[in-house]
Design a binder for this molecule. Structure first.
Ligand SMILES: Cc1cc2nc3c(=O)[nH]c(=O)nc-3n(C[C@H](O)[C@H](O)[C@H](O)COP(=O)(O)O)c2cc1C
Length: 376
């Protein structure tokens, strides 16, 4: 895929990439049509979330000004996320969108994480009272943010810009932190480990199967499920994407090979820098959600500045798998070495750069489908 021609003109319009037609993408168009607490759910479901499993449910009490967020444990990733680390990060991403939406629409949100210690799937409560309208470029970026799996332009980002993004992390001790891997040597080290970790995921039958379960290879499957990984979001040119959708859906092994090849020749090869969100304890669901909020902020800020973000979590996915199966902690150790003196543990990793190609839009299940505390 790295040999496909790039389209620099597309990069200039990356912010305005329109969602395609089809009910599976309505959520990106309708998101501002609802008021009050329901409107916050409409913003929440547009958040980044691992493999687009959309691991959330919501209950809404507009009269009382309250929204509750629940983990949908029927949408776990299994061997790819054995300890629900990514699940909680995705819930945190949704919460960030909801908090931004509340403020932008004149509601003061009071957020409580894990409000019911006896019910850990009850992730958060947002209480809403009338407040000042706080518009923000992050809020405006919500419907334009996309995970970009295409090539980035081969140019470094100014250190001042990375520092500006780094300042999105709160200063207080215990808050999730943001680390950059931008100089040649550190970037190359992360790139190398990411490719090795992808090889390890692909070689692990359980993880390969868990990933393929969420692959939606045709437009019909996308409309039916409205979740998962689609052909249009794989970072290919439009021509290659439409060709891909006309061919029979690839086998698991073919899809794995495509992913590994793209990781090596596109994702890590064209990254301007890698970023990492760290927290003191990656087993703490509240810290995972706080880390997810930071990750979503970073992605929205990048979107607002015309930058592209691609999430690359194969190292942490392997570190969790090593722990689950009692394997030698190859990637667990490598991650600790990368973090080094900065302290903390790796929650998520991503690449950032200037986009060379528009990213495709991922589907979403509509608000009505994700209402109710229990999966239907
Ligand atoms: C915790 C987390 C982990 C993710 N890991 C990866 C990853 O390893 N590789 C990847 O291509 N995308 C990854 N993503 C991106 C999701 O697949 C993406 O957010 C989802 O498909 C929805 O697409 P969107 O971000 O364009 O809305 C991750 C996202 C989150 C929040």
């Amino acid at each position: 895929m790295g040999t496909e021609p790039l389209d620099p003109a597309a990069a200039a319009t990356a912010y305005a990439a329109p969602p395609p037609r089809g009910a599976a993408f309505d959520a990106w168009r309708d998101w501002e049509n609802r008021d009050g607490a329901h409107g916050l759910v409409a913003a929440g479901i547009l958040a980044a979330n691992a493999r687009n499993v959309q691991p959330w449910r919501f209950t809404v009490d507009d009269g009382a000004g309250r929204v509750d967020l629940y983990a949908d444990l029927t949408r776990r990733q299994g061997a790819l996320d054995p300890f629900d680390r990514e699940l909680h990060v995705g819930l945190g991403c949704a919460l960030e969108n909801m908090v931004l939406a509340a403020r932008a629409r004149g509601l003061a949100p009071e957020l409580t994480l894990l409000p019911d210690p006896g019910r850990p799937e009850h992730a958060a409560t947002l209480r809403l009272t009338p407040g000042e309208r706080v518009p923000s470029e992050l809020y405006d970026a919500i419907p334009h943010r996309r995970t970009n799996r295409g090539p980035f332009r081969r140019e470094p980002l100014p250190r001042a810009l990375l520092d500006e993004i780094g300042a999105l992390a709160a200063d207080d001790p215990g808050a999730p932190a943001l680390l950059w891997f931008a100089d040649e040597e550190r970037r190359a080290r992360v790139a190398h480990l990411l490719v090795e970790a992808t090889e390890a995921v692909v070689a692990d039958e359980g993880q390969s199967l868990a990933g393929h379960r969420w692959y939606r290879g045709t437009d019909g499957a996308v409309e039916r499920h409205r979740d998962g990984m689609t052909v249009d979001t794989q970072g290919m040119s439009r021509t290659m994407s439409s060709l891909g959708k006309r061919l029979p859906a690839p086998s698991r092994r073919t899809a794995d090979r495509f992913w590994l090849r793209n990781t090596r020749s596109v994702h890590v090869a064209t990254a301007a820098a890698f970023g990492m969100v760290t927290v003191a304890d990656t087993d703490d669901p509240a810290l995972r959600m706080r880390g997810g909020r930071l990750l979503q902020r970073v992605h929205l800020f990048a979107t607002a500045r015309g930058l592209a973000v691609g999430h690359l979590n194969m190292m942490t996915v392997r570190a969790d798998r090593e722990r689950e199966l009692g394997l030698p902690p190859r990637f667990g150790k490598a991650l600790d070495e990368l973090v080094g003196d900065a302290g903390g543990r790796t929650l998520v990793t991503f690449r950032i750069g200037r986009p060379a190609r528009l990213a495709g839009t991922s589907p979403r299940r509509p608000v009505a489908t994700v209402l109710g505390a229990d999966a239907g």
